[in-house]
Design a protein around this ligand. Sequence first.
Ligand SMILES: Nc1ncnc2c1ncn2[C@@H]1O[C@H](COP(=O)(O)OP(=O)(O)OP(=O)(O)O)[C@@H](O)[C@H]1O
Ligand SMILES: [Mg+2]
Length: 438
Amino acid sequence: MTSTQPADGPVGIGLDFGTTNSALALADVDGRTHVVRFASDTGPTPAFRSILFFGREEPDAPLRCEAGPRALALALEPFEERRLMQSLKSFLASALFQGTVVFGRRTDLEDLVARILRPLRREALEAGHRLPGPVVVGRPVCFAKAETEADDARAERRLRAALDQAGFHDTVFEFEPVAAAYHYESALERDELVLIGDFGGGTSDFCLLPVGPSYRARPRRAADIAGTEGVAIAGDAFDARIVRHRVAPQLGRGGEQRSPFGKRVPIPNWIYGELERWHHLSFLKTHENLGLLMELERAACEPEKLAALRHLVEADLGYPLYRAVEATKSALSREAASPLRFEDGPVQIDAAVTRNEFEAWIAPELERIEAAVDRLLERTGTATAAVDAVFLTGGSSFVPAVRELFRRRFGPERLRRGDELTSVASGLALRARDLQRS
Ligand SMILES: Nc1ncnc2c1ncn2[C@@H]1O[C@H](COP(=O)(O)OP(=O)(O)OP(=O)(O)O)[C@@H](O)[C@H]1O
Ligand SMILES: [Mg+2]
């Protein structure tokens, strides 16, 4: 249940630092939750974009750094120099990515993440919300790119350090799908075994657990959770397929260049791999890469396509490209076909995507998502028939093919959905309240 403001102040705070969107929620002593809304150009929003903008209006102007809705607004304004970073959560587990140089200053990943979380906290405080600790913070079951326990520990450590830098000093982690279960449970009138699927920007996370009034009545124990599972495939991976099939070919992917000996050889593919990953795109603009792109442009059989690629990197057009691709993808959740237009200087993309094409492109991703569900059911010894309900949440659960996968497996009568962008934060707040009771 969502109220306007917790009457006697919050007893639980939940923070969802998402790959694409972050959210903050408060729970009162009776278990009512309230999602904090942030000012934005389009009115108050619970979704604080996990995006970071650095820019200078003029060469000698001071460097501006904004996150969330303010960063989104600045991203569309003319700036002399700019840099936009997104999906930074996907770097947390990476031992290779330590940080970057931003306008001449070395900045580590923890600092970049803190620059998103700090204004989120400040805006909530300025809006009059009290934020007593401990704050329960979500984490995916498996961080993107975490292959070992050490990777996972690194991701958690870095996230905790960033939270601390941002002013959240007392934090406890909880799995994001478990939080979504708390949210789902808050409206339940009878006990059931639920499978939660949370499909975000970077990861798809699952958990299986009994929920309902008798569980809600007492603090939950770890043993109540039958199992969790996760896979680093979600909205960003779906976007990557659109980039690969509709954007990269216009920028030279699959083309050829002339070698110094006059032979025709393929243009290296790795650069297009970087193009497909939003969190890598704004890091492509290095002196070395630009030099390489210039060389490729000279040798390419279709130099205009390489010139367009260089422009995309040089002008840091990753974010506007992301917007165009995301708009096409989101439209495909409603329509059978959608245009994809992106024009900026030499980059001229005027294409279309049908839902059938999109579904064929993401079929391998859907298979891996389904395999994660299979693993969870198998590991917990749960028959499909034993699952009473399936709650699908997170922005990527809007994708019809994702929902279809569960409809086929569990039948439409067992599917539940809702609060796609806020269920995790609100569940984290309920978890925080639960911790106060135990
Ligand atoms: N209507 C839609 N159709 C398809 N995808 C959508 C739609 N709306 C949002 N998305 C996608 O949902 C994703 C964001 O969802 P969400 O905010 O739940 O992720 P997140 O919590 O930030 O990420 P994560 O949980 O992986 O860290 C993005 O990839 C976005 O493009
Ligand atoms: Mg999420």
